[in-house]
Design a protein around this ligand. Structure first.
Ligand SMILES: CC(C)(COP(=O)(O)OP(=O)(O)OC[C@H]1O[C@@H](n2cnc3c(N)ncnc32)[C@H](O)[C@@H]1OP(=O)(O)O)[C@@H](O)C(=O)NCCC(=O)NCCS
Length: 169
């Protein structure tokens, strides 16, 4: 990808010390209320305690995107029978290849970890995320109608996407 040659960010595996920065990104994206499942108010201490507890568990990993010493995006795998992923990037850092780099890192990690499959849940209106996942070979496997209740009372549909591992060479 040509745009990566002048990139001002890097992607690396997260450490425990990164989790505060990961939370800041998560909370800012959650506050947009349109992209991810989380919505404010989010209990910072409870969420961080849960993430710290899960951090070293087998089949779990987090990658971060860092720019100017600040975490601007993150992507994680949690083990749910398959490798379930979630990702979030600050709005001003979207469309620069970070999502692709994070997802490539997650897929490579899951393959090394011996996972047979990656799965994710995405809102049907999240065109950017769906395009990113399809670019990497994820397929639409299921559609949950009127499934998730939002804090404003709306009930949203959700698409389940999956990627079989290892990827064909
Ligand atoms: C979805 C998200 C992770 C994508 O990351 P990103 O860094 O913007 O994506 P990239 O720049 O690597 O682009 C990858 C591909 O995504 C698609 N894409 C990116 N932005 C898009 C947009 N605004 N509209 C449509 N497709 C888009 C394109 O297919 C693109 O590939 P291309 O550049 O070869 O055309 C990012 O937009 C984000 O964090 N959004 C808010 C949180 C979120 O939606 N998380 C996922 C919840 S399931």
């Amino acid at each position: 990808m040509s745009r990566t040659s002048d990139r001002s960010w890097t992607v690396r595996q997260a450490t425990l010390e990164d989790l505060d920065g990961v939370f800041d990104v998560y909370a800012e994206v959650a506050a947009e209320r349109v992209h991810i499942g989380g919505e404010p108010p989010i209990d910072r201490d409870a969420r961080l305690a849960k993430w710290r507890e899960h951090f070293d568990r087998p089949h779990h990993v987090t990658f971060v995107a860092v720019a100017d010493g600040r975490i601007v995006g993150s992507a994680s795998i949690t083990w749910a029978g398959a490798s379930e992923i979630g990702m979030a990037i600050l709005s001003e850092w979207r469309g620069k290849g970070i999502g692709s780099a994070l997802l490539e890192a997650l897929i490579a990690w899951a393959e090394r970890d011996g996972s047979h499959k990656m799965e994710l849940y995405v809102w049907p209106h999240n065109d950017a995320a769906i395009a990113l996942y399809e670019k990497f070979g994820f397929e639409r496997e299921g559609y949950l109608k009127r499934h998730y209740r939002r804090r404003n009372g709306e009930i949203w549909d959700c698409i389940i996407m999956g990627l079989q591992l290892p990827r064909p060479t």
